[in-house]
Design a protein around this ligand. Structure first.
Ligand SMILES: CC(=O)[C@@H](O)[C@H](O)COP(=O)(O)O
Ligand SMILES: NCC(=O)COP(=O)(O)O
Length: 237
């Protein structure tokens, strides 16, 4: 079964554009879970341009499904995540000035760093996942870090698929097969959408979770959030 985790960064972006508390990210997290989402994802960034550090605390008591916090493990991020103890932390090597996440970890180069950080989270009972490109060497490198899961960075699949290039799924399928065979759980995310999610899921063995934000919120403008969550659940079933 593949769980749908809704990334609510974009709700915070909209709220922050005016100050105040509309739309309310806590209420939104409650609602997407009521509509069937099996997780809530946030990706706080150091400039707090969407999710704020305060949001991380405010969401904790209302997320009764899987709480997934993504980000670069700088000190402030680590301290809050270790205190909050979400279900899962997803480590992403994004630069402070990146518009959005744009690369996976080099799990070979950063092996020792990742081993230490992952141990710290796991010692607090937090499941770990690391964001990786669909490259077999990086999957083997991920295994050596001790992480529980990987999150496959799906931007290149989403882009190529939108151009009609279905073979772009192949490196992802191979990486998922390898991950399954060496005991790494497989998550995926970035630019997944109603257009590509079924094809992606059908070709990725053992896909445990997808986190989806940008497209899902955009689709909701036309179709409504309850409807859109149901549509994703249907395509993932
Ligand atoms: C890791 C990943 O792919 C997502 O978390 C994505 O980066 C969302 O972050 P933004 O909403 O800041 O683009
Ligand atoms: N981990 C990916 C995520 O949370 C959402 O990415 P996107 O759907 O906003 O591209």
């Amino acid at each position: 079964m593949t769980k749908l985790s809704v990334n609510i960064n974009k709700i915070a972006t909209l709220r922050n554009s005016r100050g105040g508390n509309t739309p309310n990210v806590v209420r939104f997290a409650e609602d997407v879970q009521r509509f069937g989402a099996e997780g809530v994802t946030i990706h706080p960034r150091p400039d707090e341009r969407h999710i704020t550090y305060q949001d991380i605390y405010d969401l904790k008591p209302v997320v009764y499904t899987e709480y997934n916090i993504e980000g670069n493990p700088i000190k402030k991020f680590m301290d809050i995540v270790l205190e909050i103890k979400p279900t899962q932390v997803t480590l992403v090597p994004d630069a402070e000035d990146a518009i959005t996440s744009n690369a996976g970890w080099d799990t070979i180069k950063h092996k020792d760093f990742l081993i230490d950080i992952i141990k710290e989270f796991q010692a607090k009972g937090i499941r770990t996942s690391i964001f990786v490109d669909p490259d077999l060497r990086q999957i083997e490198g991920a295994k050596a870090t001790g992480t529980d899961r990987i999150e496959l960075y799906t931007e290149s699949f989403a882009h190529e698929y939108s151009l009609g290039n279905e073979s772009a799924i192949l490196p992802y399928s191979k990486c998922a097969e390898l991950a399954n065979s060496i005991g790494l759980g497989v998550n995926a995310g970035h630019d997944l959408s109603l257009d590509n999610i079924k094809f992606f899921k059908d070709n990725i063995p053992g896909l445990l979770e997808v986190s989806i934000g940008h497209a899902l919120i955009s689709e909701s403008l036309y179709l409504g959030i309850e409807n859109v969550v149901q549509m994703y659940l249907h395509k993932l079933s």
